[in-house]
Design a protein around this ligand. Structure first.
Ligand code: PLP
Length: 435
């Protein structure tokens, strides 16, 4: 009786909040004037979240990939609260600084691949890519190459929603309707070896060389790419791809910006996916897993070559909340949890378990490929929309994300074996039913 009363009250509260949401909020990635009924979430713990009705969901996506240490970590709440009580914020423009930012910069440079020397803090991924693109252009300009402004990017790559970061995003549906975007971005083919096609890297490298030749290397500032495509469907790179890209870029004096907004902090079993794929970036842009999303936080790691080119240049760039001490305090505590709980290793072990469980879906006619690295996995359909799978799984208490023709997965690294198995079972049922 009591249980039934609680459920009725929960349902009434959920309806009330949903109606008020629809009357007041425009959600990111929503249709204006046609709001979807929201799932109003209330709390989280580990790999589980609960809605206001009290229903639990296995979080198969970490929201938008941001939560390697899982939900509900008191330690991160405490780190934020202590810093807010001590010094909530002070701008880091010019010569102001704070201790958490300094400690975090040291920690990031210790964990990052060799050659990265300085950190520029941001509030998130798009801001980081805006920063990296501007800094690459400024560095070339300052070093006496003002004609080096073009940025090479890849089809199906996602780099954010700002002027430059959207301009560098190679997904047509996201670019339509906004008028002219930042000029000077040139797109190359999607880095995807379908069914492991061994010739893919050769073709991509030949295309890169030809395009550099036709544009003229003296006009190109930088290349931007994700080590593993995220929004583009969780696509690991073709074998041998990255070291070869890097060799070509170096030969032509083109800077390499590696977008690790999704791939860093354990997702692929390493602190940075650059390490896994043998990349020596001139800049790494990261966010999301840096603070596990407990508070917005991002960083651009800057390499020696960029510093050399830009030495003495006035970098008149920055956003109010860059170098936020609360974000830095949370990020430090988050990195400590990842280390203490060996979550990088866990991503590899559980990623293999999940991939093995999902692989049999490749036998279905409507499934093109099941793929992944660490806890970054994708199931690509041969065509059509995958949002029915997302909706079906949610009704069964599992959150997955439809991204174009793919379903993408990136659960918290703390997900249990049992939760992995449930996630796989529910998802397989939904994919099988989705002809
Ligand atoms: N780059 C990649 C690879 C991303 O996946 C995202 C966001 O999903 C971004 C950039 C943009 O980051 P943000 O949404 O924090 O601005």
């Amino acid at each position: 009786e009591q249980q039934a009363t609680r459920e009725r009250a929960g349902a009434a509260q959920a309806r009330d909040l949903a109606e008020r949401d629809v009357r007041t909020i425009v959600h990111p990635h929503s249709v204006i004037g046609e709001p979807a009924e929201p799932l109003v979430l209330d709390r989280g713990e580990g790999a589980l979240v609960w809605d206001v009705r009290g229903r639990s969901y296995i979080d198969g996506t970490c929201g938008l990939w941001q939560c390697p240490v899982g939900h509900g970590r008191r330690e991160l709440a405490d780190a934020a609260a202590e810093q807010i009580a001590k010094l909530e914020f002070y701008s880091s423009f010019g010569d102001y600084s704070n201790e958490p930012s300094i400690k975090l910069a040291e920690k990031l440079l210790e964990l990052a691949p060799a050659g990265l020397r300085r950190v520029f803090f941001t509030n998130g991924g798009s801001e980081g890519n805006e920063t990296a693109i501007k800094l690459a252009r400024l560095a070339q300009h300052h070093a006496g190459h003002p004609e080096r402004t073009i940025v090479l990017a890849r089809s199906a790559g996602y780099h954010g929603m700002g002027g430059g970061s959207l301009a560098a995003t190679g997904i047509d549906r996201l670019r339509e309707g906004y008028g002219p975007l930042v000029p000077g971005i040139e797109f190359l083919g999607k880095p995807h070896a379908v069914a492991g096609d061994p010739g893919t890297a050769d073709r991509l490298i030949a295309e890169l060389e030809e395009r550099i030749e036709s544009i003229g290397p003296e006009r190109i500032a930088a290349f931007i790419g994700e080590p593993v495509l995220g929004v583009g469907g969780m696509v690991p790179p073709p074998d041998g791809y990255w070291p070869r890209v890097q060799e070509v870029l170096r030969r032509h004096g083109i800077l390499l910006i590696v977008d690790e907004i999704v791939t860093a902090f354990g997702r692929t079993g390493h602190w940075f996916a650059s390490e896994r794929y043998g990349i020596e970036p001139d800049m790494i842009v990261t966010a999301k897993g840096l603070s596990s999303g407990y508070i917005p936080m991002g960083a651009v790691l800057i390499g020696q070559r960029v510093l050399d080119l830009a030495e003495g240049a006035a970098f008149l760039h920055g956003f109010t909340y860059n170098g936020h001490p609360v974000g830095a305090a949370v990020a430090l505590a988050n990195i400590e949890i990842l280390r203490r709980e060996n979550l990088l290793e866990r991503a590899t072990t559980l990623g293999t378990r999940l991939l093995d469980a999902l692989r049999p879906l490749e036998e279905l006619d409507h499934v093109l490929e099941v793929r992944g690295v660490g806890l970054m996995l994708g199931i690509e359909f041969t065509g059509g929309d995958t949002s029915g799978v997302q909706a079906g799984a949610r009704a069964e208490g599992v959150i997955v994300r439809a991204s174009g023709t793919s379903i993408v997965l990136s659960p918290p690294l703390v997900i249990t074996e049992e939760q992995v198995d449930t996630l796989a079972r529910v998802l397989k049922e939904q994919v099988r039913a989705a002809h």
